[in-house]
Design a protein around this ligand. Structure first.
Ligand code: MF3
Ligand code: CO
Length: 245
């Protein structure tokens, strides 16, 4: 899983570097696909029946499971890239959201979007801190909820993080909301995809006409931060940290 995670991190880093005005979602998907294959990995999303892309890409009010399209990125877009890798039968899953920045001095809107992203990322790191033996799944969930709701955003409740390993999606579910000290007890070595799936406005999501893409029903901004981690005795090990590869 460490090797799988390294490939995922490198592919995510490459994708994030490619984000700029005028690049299409499909071009980013191809960049990720090529990078995963170049590094000897396979596309984990192939294991999802009917899905044939390397990534899910969601923009602005789109929340998750966006099919990459010909749409070209524009200034001010909030772009989430979600990808998963299979390597020697082991899966890792990660996602990140970035802003397609405007040149020059930031507008109020740009500042709001940047704050929105900082909070989501911070919620994810605070959740990862909880992924230690002796804690429960609810401690992870509660950390996400506390951070996101603390600044007035909302956690999308119908979509959750998950166990991961021999399959992309395994037990347990890891919601972004819950009570401390509840749920499954965490043990050293458990591997989890911790996901912060949140929106600026309502937490209600709806499925788009393509049958895949979820969007926020009030069309408010959505963000997505996800890392695959291994529960540790004192500290979680993050397998997909693109900033460290
Ligand atoms: N990466 C998503 C998750 O975090 C799964 C995407 S499945 C796909 O669970 F079919 F949309 F690719
Ligand atoms: Co996931």
């Amino acid at each position: 899983m460490r090797e799988s995670g390294k490939i995922a991190a490198l592919a995510l880093k490459k994708a994030l570097t490619a984000v700029r005005v005028g690049v299409s979602e499909l071009e980013i998907d191809k960049i990720v696909e090529r990078e995963i294959y170049r590094l000897g990995g396979d596309l984990s999303y192939k294991s999802v029946p009917g899905y044939k892309y390397a990534t899910c890409i969601t923009v602005n009010e789109q929340v998750v499971h966006g099919i990459p399209t010909e749409r070209k990125l524009e200034q001010g877009d909030l772009v989430s890239i979600d990808l998963a890798v299979e390597f020697k039968g082991w899966h890792t899953d990660c996602a990140w959201t970035v802003l397609v920045r405007k040149q020059g001095t930031g507008s109020r809107e740009q500042e709001n979007k940047e704050k929105f992203l900082q909070v989501g990322e911070q919620a994810m790191w605070e959740a990862i801190v909880q992924a230690v033996e002796g804690n429960k799944v609810g401690d992870i969930s509660n950390a996400i909820q506390t951070k996101i709701e603390g600044v007035g955003y909302s956690v999308v409740r119908s979509l959750v993080g998950h166990g991961i390993g021999k399959s992309l999606h395994e037990e347990p579910e890891v919601p972004g909301y819950g009570k401390k000290g509840t749920g499954l007890a965490l043990k050293e070595g458990m591997s989890l995809a911790i996901e912060v799936i949140y929106a600026q406005g309502t937490s209600e999501v709806s499925l788009g006409e393509d049958g895949w893409t979820f969007f926020s029903v009030d069309r408010s901004w959505a963000g997505l931060f996800e890392m695959t981690v291994v529960v540790g005795k004192k500290q979680a090990e993050v397998l997909t940290d693109w900033r460290k590869v």
